[in-house]
Design a protein around this ligand. Structure first.
Ligand SMILES: [Zn+2]
Length: 258
C-alpha cells in the first residue's frame, strides 16, 4: 500500500504542471537570499541606537571653605540622601553608554569609555563630562563665572572610587578604552528575517501580476469572440461577414479557424 502511495506521489509530481509563475516564486526565494544578506550588513553599518546606564552617583563638596575638594559615593537614592559636606558643590553620575548597531537585532555593541557627568549645584543647566579633554577649560569658565572651584575633581573622584575598590571603573576611566563585541548570530537572524520578508513581498507581487495577467487574457479572449461574432477579423478588423468559417483573414493573412 505504501509503495502504491509513493508511486502515485511520484506520478503526480512528475506530471504536475509548473507554470512560469511558480518558477518565478522559486527564483525569488533564491535571489532574495543574497539581497537579504547585503541588506542586513547595510543595516549593521548604518543603524545604531545609544542607551545610557547610570552606574553610580557621587557628590563633590568641601567640609569648609578653603579645605580640599572631597567626593563621596552614594549607596541609596540620591534624592533621599542628605549632604554630608559643609559646602556642597556638585553631583556626579558615573555613566556607561552603549551603542547598539544593526536592526532589528543588534549585531555589534560598542561600549565607549565611562563618563563622569558633573552638574554644579550653583547652575544645574551646566553639565561637564570630567573625562573629556575640554573639561579643564569648562571648569575654568565655571570658576571665573560662579566662583565654584572644581579644578582637580577628576583626581578626587578617581581616588574615591579606588578607595571603594572599584578598580574596573578606575581603569576604564584612566585608560579611556572603547570595547566592542560582535554577535554574528544577530546578523544571521536579521538576514533570515529580511530574506523571509523579501520573499513574502516578491511572492505577493508575483501572484498579483499573475492575477492581472489572467484578467487581461480573459478580456482579450472576450474581445476576440466579440469580433468573430460580429463577422470581423480579430486582428485587423477586416469585414469577413461574407465567409461562414474563414480559415484565414483575406486582408492580413492571419489564421482564424483551424
Ligand atoms: Zn485580418
Amino acid at each position: 500500500m505504501l509503495r502504491r502511495r509513493l508511486q502515485r506521489i511520484e506520478r503526480q509530481s512528475a506530471s504536475r504542471h509548473r507554470s512560469r509563475w511558480t518558477k518565478a516564486a522559486d527564483w525569488s526565494l533564491l535571489l532574495s537570499m543574497p539581497i537579504a544578506l547585503l541588506l542586513s550588513l547595510f543595516l549593521d553599518a548604518n543603524i545604531s541606537r545609544t542607551s545610557s546606564e547610570n552606574l553610580a552617583d557621587l557628590r563633590l563638596g568641601r567640609n569648609d571653605r578653603g579645605t580640599p575638594l572631597k567626593a563621596t559615593i552614594l549607596r541609596k537614592d540620591p534624592n533621599r540622601t542628605p549632604w554630608t559636606f559643609g559646602s556642597p558643590l556638585a553631583t556626579v553620575q558615573l555613566r556607561q553608554r552603549t551603542i547598539e548597531h544593526g536592526w532589528p537585532f543588534s549585531s555589534w555593541n560598542t561600549l565607549p569609555p565611562l563618563q563622569l557627568i558633573t552638574v554644579p549645584l550653583v547652575d544645574p543647566s551646566v553639565t561637564i563630562d570630567l573625562t573629556q579633554p575640554s573639561a579643564g577649560a569648562r571648569l575654568a569658565t565655571l570658576r571665573s563665572e560662579t566662583g565654584v572651584d572644581l579644578t582637580n575633581a577628576l583626581d578626587v573622584l578617581l581616588l574615591t572610587l579606588e578607595a571603594d575598590r572599584q578598580q574596573a571603573w578606575v581603569e576604564n576611566l584612566t585608560r579611556q578604552e572603547t570595547r566592542t563585541s560582535r554577535a554574528w548570530s544577530a546578523t544571521l537572524a536579521t538576514a533570515v528575517a529580511t530574506w523571509f520578508l523579501l520573499f513574502l513581498i516578491s511572492v505577493l507581487l508575483i501572484r498579483t501580476s499573475q492575477a492581472l495577467h489572467f484578467l487581461a487574457a480573459g478580456w482579450r479572449r472576450q474581445r476576440v469572440i466579440g469580433k468573430l461574432k460580429a463577422g470581423r477579423c480579430p486582428f485587423c478588423n477586416y469585414d469577413l461577414s461574407g465567409v461562414r468559417y474563414p480559415k484565414k483573414c483575406s486582408e492580413c493573412g492571419r489564421k482564424i479557424w483551424g
